[in-house]
Ligand binder design. Structure first.
Ligand SMILES: Cc1cc2nc3c(=O)[nH]c(=O)nc-3n(C[C@H](O)[C@H](O)[C@H](O)COP(=O)(O)O)c2cc1C
Length: 191
């Protein structure tokens, strides 16, 4: 039975979503935090948006450095996702504490996480305040990805366990055999 409420309630009806780890570096300080409010915005140029509360230490690092990294994580790294989403970079060095392995960035200074299935290096293109969050829009200037993790159709679920966030502190992974190919042209023509 459908419930009807005014306003947004717990504001978690849009989940599941993929939790990412946003990375940033300014001067000698680097940091990582979890975000589930993120979205592709344009093909050409390739723009990617993340919504961060201005209270996040990472947000300030991005506004200062004008760069950020978007790291897509597999299920196996869920503990890391919870850890960097439950700790403050203003107080600790998360890279040291959680032993975050890094790889060299191509075009920016942002930390590229070794355990990510894919990473976007972004240069800040625009930012705007919406309510209590900043929408930070980055142009994707370089991509790193695990070759086996992707096919021309996207994520290869035979090789990767996708990580999904359900709200609260709950995570999971989709069953592999529930994914099928539904041709949009064929179905769009159906009368
Ligand atoms: C699953 C998950 C998703 C989150 N999504 C966001 C988000 O989209 N935007 C945001 O500002 N904070 C989000 N957070 C909270 C930040 O990750 C958290 O406040 C973190 O401690 C910020 O770190 P920092 O202060 O070092 O930047 C999320 C946390 C978790 C666990």
């Amino acid at each position: 039975m459908k419930q009807r409420i005014e306003n947004s309630g717990s504001f978690s009806f849009h989940y599941p979503g993929a939790p990412i780890i946003v990375t940033a570096k300014h001067g000698l300080k680097e940091n990582a935090m979890t975000a589930v409010w993120h979205c592709p915005l344009s093909f050409s140029p390739s723009l990617y948006g993340i919504a961060l509360s201005s209270r996040r230490f990472t947000c300030q690092l991005i506004l200062d450095s004008k760069e950020f990294g978007v790291n897509f994580m597999p299920l196996e790294k869920v503990e890391l996702v919870a850890a960097v989403g439950g700790s403050r970079g203003a107080e600790i060095d998360k890279f040291e504490k959680f032993k975050l392995a890094k790889e060299k960035p191509l075009k920016t200074s942002v930390p590229v996480l070794k355990d990510a299935c894919a990473t976007y290096e972004c240069r800040l293109h625009d930012h705007r305040t919406y309510g209590d969050h900043e929408l930070l829009v980055g142009e994707v200037v370089a991509v790193h990805y695990e070759k086996d993790a992707f096919t021309e159709r996207g994520l290869n679920l035979q090789a990767v366990n996708a990580l999904l966030y359900l709200g609260g502190d709950n995570y999971g992974t989709p069953a592999k055999d529930v994914f099928q190919h539904w041709d949009r042209q064929a179905y769009g023509k159906k009368s």
